[in-house]
Write a protein that binds this ligand. Structure first.
Ligand code: FE2
Length: 253
């Protein structure tokens, strides 16, 4: 998460520097930044079945996430060149590519850790203090899941639904973001605990029904069914551990 924010801040700051000489003090920082790489999944591709099929997991990880990583690294390389050349127009133009592909990498890296096979604790309810905070802020775990399902299903186009920790309000929040925007784009005070991918590539073609409409066979994609089932493999231990670390100083949590 912080990588994307850092890059955005870094490049905006670089705009304010006099780069006519071709070199800025920002370049060594960008040069030393490691390129992103596709993280291994912490479980086998078929380990989340039947909630998420092996086919979906392979495509999602090896094709979609890898593409975000590749394009993010390419955009960073172009940013280095643009900064070195003092090419302000290109620096500005690259912001959207960095946000989209860097966000895609950051979000998916969280998403894989948000999931776990059932035999490794997937779907097992969170432990305290997160469990108590959920009850206090949403009524119950079931009510939270229903709220996230409703808001996730309502995302127009592609995006994410999040359970986050709001460090300013000192409470848990449910948020949605469009496209590949990380939760932090809604505020640096937000810490992601659970992020659910509601892009079509996360559930289609596994979740679909065929409808006969006036003799025509129509495919209906079932995002609501995907959202209902994904809770059976949500890794609440991961969310609970993040909450333990980040919520430690929040008296009301
Ligand atoms: Fe995705």
């Amino acid at each position: 998460m912080s990588i994307v924010v850092s890059i955005i801040i870094l490049t905006v700051f670089a705009m304010s520097l006099d780069v006519r000489a071709g070199k800025t003090t920002m370049e060594p920082c960008l040069e030393s930044m490691k390129t992103a790489s596709l993280p291994d999944l912490p479980y086998a591709y078929d380990a989340l079945e039947p909630a998420i099929s092996e086919e979906i997991m392979r495509l999602h990880h090896l094709k979609h996430h890898q593409t975000y990583v590749t394009n993010y690294n390419k955009a960073l390389g172009n940013l280095r060149s643009a900064l070195a050349d003092g090419d302000h127009s290109s620096v500005v133009k690259l912001q959207s590519q960095i946000k989209f592909n860097g966000g895609g990498h950051v979000n998916h890296a969280i998403f894989w850790k948000n999931l776990a096979p059932v035999h490794e604790g997937g779907g097992k309810p969170p432990h305290d203090p997160l469990a108590s905070a959920i009850d206090a802020h949403f009524g119950s775990l079931e009510e939270l899941m229903q709220k996230m399902n409703t808001e996730g299903a309502a995302v127009q186009g592609s995006g994410w639904v999040w359970l986050g920790l709001d460090k300013e309000l000192k409470r848990l929040v449910v948020e949605t973001t469009a496209n590949q925007d990380p939760l932090v784009t809604k505020g640096s005070h937000l810490v992601p605990l659970i992020g659910i991918d509601v892009w079509e590539h996360a559930y289609y073609p596994q979740y679909k029904v065929l409808i006969n409409w006036c003799g025509l066979c129509i495919v209906q994609k079932c995002k609501r069914e995907y959202l209902k089932n994904i809770w059976t493999v949500i890794n609440w231990k991961y969310a609970s551990d993040i909450f333990d670390k980040r919520g430690r100083d929040l008296n009301e949590c």
